[in-house]
Write a protein that binds this ligand. Structure first.
Ligand code: ATP
Length: 208
């Protein structure tokens, strides 16, 4: 099982294509995209958690291997990933392998995450390379990656949590920031995200 946290403001093909490639590459039963309700480490998202989750739901509809996990919308206060992993672990039991998916840019800031060193007690971490970003060669994050790095995807299936796997997927240089900027400038982000998401954005007058 995989869980892919993000702001998804809005969800785009960079997220979705990576998610599907991960499901196939890592032989996941399911990958859940988990919108962060109140991000602790960045400004308020441009639109509400309700809209962001609705867009993720529309984007993954029809692909049974992907789903939207709304658990962070059901808690109040800052959305800490560690709390979500604990809840997921309680639901899934101790033996099912769980992978927390994040992009390279997210890993660079991991030492500022609440109880970051405990993440691996509950899940593996799967790091996706992302165009424009590089993993550090020195410092605490580099050390953490080295200490827990798995040699290959088979390692994910051998235990329930505790390893780090770095994977290279199809590079798609798409970001939510760029999509929001295009919309704000009155330009079209069409073909960078699913049409059904763009229709939702237009119907609800978001990001202009
Ligand atoms: P923003 O531009 O608002 O920061 P974003 O496009 O980075 O948004 P997020 O919702 O913040 O999207 O990203 C969630 C996760 O998805 C992060 O771990 C990020 O690294 C990863 N991600 C986002 N876009 C891509 C992409 N094009 N390719 C690979 N990973 C991506």
């Amino acid at each position: 099982m995989g869980v892919f946290g993000g702001t998804f403001d809005p969800v785009h093909y960079g997220h979705l294509r990576s998610a599907l490639e991960l499901v196939e590459r890592l032989q996941l039963q399911q990958l859940r995209l988990m919108p962060c309700a109140t991000p602790p480490h960045r400004g308020q998202p441009a639109c509400s958690a309700h809209h962001r989750a609705a867009m993720v739901e529309l984007a993954v509809a029809g692909e049974p291997r992907l789903a939207c996990d709304r658990r962070e919308l059901q808690r109040t206060g800052a959305s800490y990933t560690i709390d979500s992993l604990k809840a997921l672990r309680a639901e899934l039991g101790d033996t099912l392998s769980l992978g927390l998916v994040m992009g390279c840019d997210a890993v660079l800031g991991i030492t500022s995450w609440h109880r970051w060193q405990e993440l691996l007690d509950y899940a593996h971490v799967v790091v996706m390379a992302r165009p424009g970003w590089q993993l550090p060669a020195h410092g605490p994050v580099a050390q953490w990656l080295r200490d827990h790095q798995l040699a290959d995807a088979a390692g994910l299936h051998q235990r329930a949590a505790g390893g780090i796997l770095v994977v290279k997927l199809r590079p798609l240089a798409i970001s939510s920031t760029e999509i929001r900027e295009l919309l704000a400038a009155g330009r079209s982000p069409r073909y960078l995200l699913p049409q059904v998401v763009l229709d939702y954005i237009q119907a609800h007058n978001l990001y202009h």
